[in-house]
Structures are given as structure tokens and as C-alpha cells.
Design a protein around this ligand. Structure first.
Ligand code: AMP
Length: 280
């Protein structure tokens, strides 16, 4: 695996590969890699000639200074993991390298910027767009891979690609889970032993919601989830929303959408965890 810190060298190297008609698959990450990230690398390996990963803890998408400061950084282990799954190229820039220009890529994201993560993390998606736009411009991938664990982010990236008419195919991959159901996340490594034992309850509640949603209304389902979470006092619910999976518009009735996603954010000790499940 070859690694780059400087945008110019990285760009030059990929240009040469593109000149040889190599198909490039790209996976942007913030590091502290786990099997969820590796599943995206593996998907890219099967569909492209060259797989490129970036590791960059993007300051502009953090709305909380402590969260940024405490975000896990495990670069040595990340490089070992990427090598073990056969990633070809890794880009590990510093902040100045990514934000060398002063552009602000901002456009109207519509509903996607008015619900759930957008409401609770103001400016988060502006930061996501600003980093992914710059990385896409640099890498110019044929395909880029994202995890459905960040369901709202997938929709926002799709809107960005449409807005700027970027010639990249997006691939959204299923959430990789621990055997007890907890969605893998870099933030999980900050959980204490006790918190780690409680965390799988989040996905159990989502599965419970899926089992019974058709017999309730969206309003009743939200109440049920709030009530279930009260049974684990260490879990503090930030939001549970049921939305049209295509637009993220919140639903008043199950008939209002063809595909429905239920999304949740919960605080557990010092960590904020998100997860989701497709209801329909
Ligand atoms: P992050 O490093 O958290 O920014 O994540 C980088 C990419 O990996 C994003 O597209 C995430 O959605 C994806 N990802 C994170 N966790 C998982 C998971 N458990 N399963 C699948 N993809 C994931």
C-alpha cells in the first residue's frame, strides 16, 4: 500500500493511474478503522482496479470541540488493517492540506438539513460536504463507498453529487454489526465495559420497532421507543424519527412513503451513538 500526505503528490499519482484507464474506488473515513470500514474497502476491491482510502478527522463537521478532541485516533493500527485487506492507496492529509482554499461549498439541502442529525449537530452536513467535495475533486473516483449506518449522510452526499453533477457512482453499503447487534462505530471504543454491555439495547429497540410498526401510528411508535429506552437509565434518547427513506421527511402516516427508515441517536456516557433500521 502506498500512502500520501500531500494533495499534489496524491493527485499526480492517481492521474497517472486514470491515464492507464484504471477504475478507482474511494472510501473516505475518519480513521479508527473497524470491520464496518473494511467492508467498504472490500466492496470497492471487488468492483475497481484501485482502491483508495482517506483518513482525515475533519474538524469542520464537528460541532462539539470535546467530541473532536476525543475522537479516537489509531493511525498505526489503521494502516495495518488497510494493508491486511489489500487497500492500494491511503491519503492521510493534515488540515491545511485539505483546506488549502477558502471555498465554502454550500447549497440548499432541503429537508435533509432540517431533521435529525442536522437539527442536533448544526453545521455538521456543511462540514461533511466541504470535505467530501474536496476529496472527490482530488481523487475523481469512478465509485465511492459509504455506510448506511450514516443514513442521512448518504442522502446528503447523493444531493451533493447531483448538485455539482459529479461523475461518480455512489455505493451505499449495509451496516456492519457486532454479534450482539451493536452497529460498529469508531466511537464504540470510548465506551466503558458497562456501557458496552448496554449499547446493544439500542438495536434491540429498533428491531422491536420494526416488528410492531404496522400495528401502530408513527406517533405511537415514537412514544413506545421513548418508553423502552427509559428502561435503561444510562441511555439518554436524543431523537427517534420515522422518515420517508427517499427524502427524510418525517411521517405522519405509514402510507406517506414507499420506503421507511427509523433513525435514532442516543447518548451513553461520554459517547453519542446513532443507528437506523429500514421499517419498510
Ligand atoms: P467514519 O470514519 O465514521 O466517517 O466512516 C467512514 C465511512 O464508513 C462512512 O461512509 C460510514 O458510514 C462508514 N461506516 C461507519 N461505520 C460503519 C458500519 N458499522 N458499517 C458500515 N459502514 C460504516
Amino acid at each position: 500500500m502506498i500512502s500520501f500526505k500531500l494533495s499534489a503528490h496524491f493527485h499526480h499519482y492517481l492521474n497517472a493511474l486514470r491515464g492507464e484507464n484504471k477504475r478507482i474506488g474511494f472510501i473516505p473515513t475518519m480513521g479508527a478503522l473497524h470491520q464496518g470500514h473494511l467492508s467498504l474497502i472490500q466492496a470497492s476491491k471487488t468492483e475497481n482496479d484501485i482502491t483508495v482510502c482517506s483518513i482525515f478527522v475533519n474538524p469542520t463537521q464537528f460541532n462539539n470541540a470535546d467530541d473532536l478532541k476525543n475522537y479516537p485516533r489509531t493511525i498505526e493500527k489503521d494502516l495495518e488493517l488497510l494493508t491486511s485487506v489489500g487497500c492500494d492507496v491511503v491519503f492521510i492529509p493534515d488540515v491545511k492540506e485539505v483546506y488549502a482554499d477558502k471555498a465554502d461549498y454550500a447549497f440548499d439541502l432541503g429537508v435533509a438539513d432540517k431533521v435529525m442529525e442536522a437539527t442536533h449537530r448544526p453545521g455538521h452536513f456543511n462540514g461533511v460536504i466541504n470535505v467530501v467535495k474536496r476529496l472527490f475533486d482530488l481523487v475523481q473516483p469512478n465509485k465511492a463507498y459509504f455506510g448506511q449506518k450514516d443514513f442521512q449522510q448518504c442522502l446528503v452526499i447523493k444531493k451533493m453529487v447531483d448538485h455539482y453533477a459529479m461523475p461518480v457512482e455512489l455505493v451505499f453499503c449495509a451496516t456492519t454489526r457486532e454479534t450482539d447487534g451493536l452497529a460498529m462505530s469508531s466511537r464504540n471504543m470510548r465506551l466503558s465495559t458497562e456501557e458496552r454491555q448496554i449499547a446493544p439495547y439500542i438495536y434491540k429497540v429498533l428491531q422491536g420497532a420494526k416488528t410492531q410498526f404496522a400495528d401502530t401510528s408513527p406517533y405511537e411508535l415514537k412514544n413506545w421507543v421513548s418508553h423502552e429506552l427509559l428502561k435503561q437509565p444510562m441511555l439518554e434518547l436524543e431523537y427517534f424519527d420515522v422518515c420517508d427513506a427517499a427524502t427524510l421527511s418525517p411521517l405522519q402516516s405509514w402510507d406517506d412513503a414507499q420506503n421507511i427508515v427509523a433513525c435514532i441517536a442516543v447518548h451513553l456516557g461520554p459517547v453519542r451513538l446513532i443507528d437506523n433500521i429500514l421499517l419498510k
